[in-house]
Design a protein around this ligand. Structure first.
Ligand code: ATR
Length: 284
């Protein structure tokens, strides 16, 4: 790879943006597929967002990733062409099509692709899923699971009104429950997902006894620092298939790279090892 970037440049925007692992992932792929492109990290304050997109094409960008706190704001600044992103109302990937900026949400895709790769035997049709959390990440995962054909999604959130709003938005297959009622539903759960920040390094752990959860039930976490959260560790020891947030992070990056640089990149064990080592190194 050279620095001429004739294949175009992409970036990740956020405020702050220093924590983002996206540059690591996309630069690995640029290198691996010998694409003469670039991927930058850009700290953009909320008041600079509109201006940034106004000058996007002139600045030579072919696309970008969007991270906290801009995902909802970007939704209303670019074109939305697919139904899934429209339902999530948040954008994590922007690409250029016929000179126009198009927004996409690939978080739900990343979650499902990772789940399918780690637990290929898991059958979504008719499954009952228990999701903890009701933020943007939860909305993406609910949309993807409904598309995949799950029967029922229970949403447990510390603030019930947020879960009720998401349930109202997605319709009859999604139901909000109060946080303490989670335990009651475990025996009939076919997939358990944490989308809250509980368990993230520096945050309290997610305290939920897993004894009543059927052993076939996969346990997924979107937290990826640490890669194995306390929840995933307890699930693994109890014999559940576990699905970590690092896998989702890698898979959600695939559609963006493909649109920007024309190659569908592969999520390999080597890439996973390198990003994991980077995470461990930065924590220590
Ligand atoms: P994201 O877009 O990544 O989903 P978010 O919108 O800030 O981020 O959502 C964070 C989720 O973690 C929310 O469901 C939040 O619960 P509230 O809606 O009640 O705020 C949840 N969360 C964060 N800290 C929590 C805690 N200490 N206990 C329980 N839930 C927590």
């Amino acid at each position: 790879m050279t620095i001429t970037a004739t294949a175009g440049k992409a970036c990740v925007i956020g405020w702050p943006v220093s924590h983002s692992r996206s540059p690591f992932i996309h630069r690995y792929w640029l290198d691996r597929y010998k694409i003469d492109g670039a991927y930058e990290r850009k700290a953009i304050a909320p008041h600079e967002l509109e201006k940034f997109f106004k000058h996007f094409l002139q600045a030579g960008y072919v696309g970008c990733n969007v991270t906290v706190p801009h995902k909802e704001a970007v939704f209303s600044l670019v074109l939305i062409e697919d139904e899934v992103t429209r339902r999530i109302r948040a954008v994590n990937t922007v690409y250029v099509e016929d000179g126009r900026l198009v927004g996409l949400n690939t978080d739900g895709y990343g979650f499902m692709a990772n789940l399918r790769s780690v637990v290929p035997t898991w059958v979504p049709t008719g499954a009952q899923v228990l999701i903890m959390g009701a933020g943007g990440a939860a909305r993406s995962i609910v949309a993807a699971l409904l598309d995949a054909g799950v029967g029922r999604v229970l949403l447990a959130n510390r603030t019930l009104s947020r879960a009720s709003a998401v349930a109202g938005h997605f319709g009859a297959r999604v139901e909000a429950i109060v946080w303490p009622d989670m335990a009651l539903h475990l025996p009939r759960t076919d997939l358990l997902v944490n989308t809250t920040s509980l368990g993230m390094s520096g945050q309290p752990p997610l305290e939920l006894a897993l004894d009543m959860l059927p052993v076939h039930c996969p346990v997924a976490d979107i937290v990826y620092v640490p890669v194995e959260t306390d929840l995933l560790k307890r699930a693994r020891i109890a014999g559940h298939p576990t699905v970590d947030g690092l896998g989702m992070l890698l898979h959600q990056a695939v559609p963006g790279f493909e649109r920007w640089f024309g190659v569908r990149p592969e999520v390999t064990a080597e890439l996973r090892r390198l990003v994991e080592a980077d995470i461990v190194g930065k924590r220590g």
